[in-house]
Design a protein around this ligand. Structure first.
Ligand code: PMP
Length: 446
């Protein structure tokens, strides 16, 4: 019997034993192509020698030093590296241990910023339905995945929601995607006015929605309009790039492609590529200075923030991405993956939409392409596809079916930035086989 808590609800899982580029090997030597980077984490694949060496070197020198007593070289260098490449006026980095921690820091910083500005009445966050920002109480509270929030709702801070930018589902026949995006963005303006702009701290959104909708990118102009609305009302734009950031979509920050910079950004996953647990919150000079010139102290902190070993690993990951020009590979192989998915599944009776940016691509699974109705949630088609894919030696990241009973399931693909053409072919071929097996098991003929 296993004593691992998180294992007990998942039945028997293979035991991961070794990494080899885009593959993970289990203890039986079976190879799994990591087409989802776990949960969009492993951007460099597994066991990259330069990253492994950087971690060893750091541990040899100094594994850990508390940030209350010391700064450290890896933390300083990594922060410089990120800020040199960050959009807008992002100037300061708050290094934590993961995505939820980055989002918690973002929310608390937003609140404290306005207190220091003498606007303590600001207390509301507005987020989007069908979003995910983490599983700790603050991050869960602003998340718009109602299924995840449901049983904890009595102990969560209040949140306010506007619709996601979801053209495939919600665009009207008489409007272009751009018109749709602007109409949806304007709902934020309305919501801010309802709440009273002087009571709102910020708007929180994933630049490209990951786990809860499947590589759902904003329509052109949407984020720019959102930025204008935030500025009009003096509220913060907080972009969660935990999943879509750090090169996943083909630019280091996904929002670069929308020509927009946030006041606060959260990153994690691809920052350390899974080699160490790490995340970060980035904020503007204006926010930092307001606190520095006010109380002088952001009232927050964690024991492992700025962890030298984690920072050394992330710095090595980010340097390899630069040195090997991997963002170019993300763009090229992302286009290949999209084309291959379209060729294979473009006419599939249960695939309603194929979408994404860079190496962040998804299929939305529906019961009927015309009505876009989802497959009955009880069928758990996404879980079936995942299981059959694992049997075939392919990792993909399924989700959905639980939002409001109306949305489809999706399969998210987020392979390492080092994928080659042969891997793209293997991903699409095995996914096709897994889907055939899953639909057959569900009694649905494809
Ligand atoms: N935000 C987003 C957009 C995410 O995808 C995730 C993780 N799936 C998180 C926050 C939370 O990150 P973590 O699991 O590292 O706490």
């Amino acid at each position: 019997m296993s004593h691992v808590f998180h294992r007990s609800s998942k039945g028997t899982l293979p035991v991961a034993a070794k990494g080899d580029g885009v593959y993970i090997l289990d203890t039986n030597g079976k190879r799994y192509l990591d087409a989802s980077g776990g949960a969009a984490v492993s951007c460099l694949g597994h066991s990259h020698p330069k990253v492994v060496q950087a971690i060893k070197d750091q541990v040899d020198q100094l594994a850990y030093a508390h940030t209350g007593f010391f700064t450290n070289q890896a933390l300083e260098e990594l922060s410089d590296h990120l800020i040199a490449r960050a959009p807008g006026d992002l100037q300061y980095v708050y290094m934590v241990s993961g995505g939820s921690e980055a989002m918690e820091a973002a929310l608390k910083l937003g609140r404290q910023y306005f207190i220091e500005k003498g606007e303590p009445e600001r207390r509301h966050f507005i987020a989007r339905r069908q979003s995910y920002h983490g599983n700790t109480l603050g991050a869960l509270a602003i998340g718009g995945n109602m299924w995840r929030r449901e049983q904890f709702s009595p102990i969560l801070i209040d949140s306010n929601y506007v619709p996601p930018c979801y053209a495939y589902r919600d665009q009207r026949p008489d409007e272009t995607p751009e018109e749709y995006g602007l109409r949806i963005a304007d709902e934020l303006d309305e919501r801010i006015r309802q709440l009273g702009p002087e009571t709102v701290i910020g708007f929180v959104a994933e630049t490209v929605v990951g786990a809860t909708a499947g590589a759902l990118a904003p329509t052109e102009g949407y984020l720019k309009r959102i930025r204008e609305i935030c500025d009009r009302h003096g509220i913060l734009l907080i972009l969660d790039e935990v999943m879509c950031g750090m090169g996943r979509t083909g630019t280091l920050f996904a929002c670069e492609q929308d020509g927009v910079a946030p006041d606060i950004a959260a990153i994690a996953k691809g920052l350390g590529g899974g080699y160490q647990p790490i995340g970060a919150m980035l904020c503007t000079g204006e926010i930092y200075d307001t606190i520095r010139n006010g109380s002088g102290f952001f009232q927050h902190g964690h024991t492992y923030m700025g962890h030298p070993t984690a920072c050394a690993a992330a710095l090595a990951v980010q340097k390899v991405i630069d040195e090997e020009n991997l963002l170019e590979n993300v763009r090229q192989k992302g286009a290949k993956l999209f084309d291959a998915l379209t060729a294979r599944f473009g006419n599939h009776p249960f695939v309603g939409d194929i979408r994404g940016r860079g190496l962040f691509q998804a299929l939305e699974i529906v019961a009927d392409r015309g009505t876009k109705d989802p497959i009955e949630p009880a069928v758990q088609i996404h879980a079936k596809i995942k299981k059959h894919a694992m049997d075939l030696g392919l990792m993909c990241y399924p989700g959905g079916g639980t939002i409001d009973g109306k949305r489809g399931n999706h399969i998210l693909l987020a392979p390492p930035f080092i994928v080659e053409d042969s891997h793209v072919e293997e991903i699409v071929g095995k996914l096709d086989d897994a889907m055939k097996a899953a639909f057959a098991e569900a009694g649905l003929s494809s």
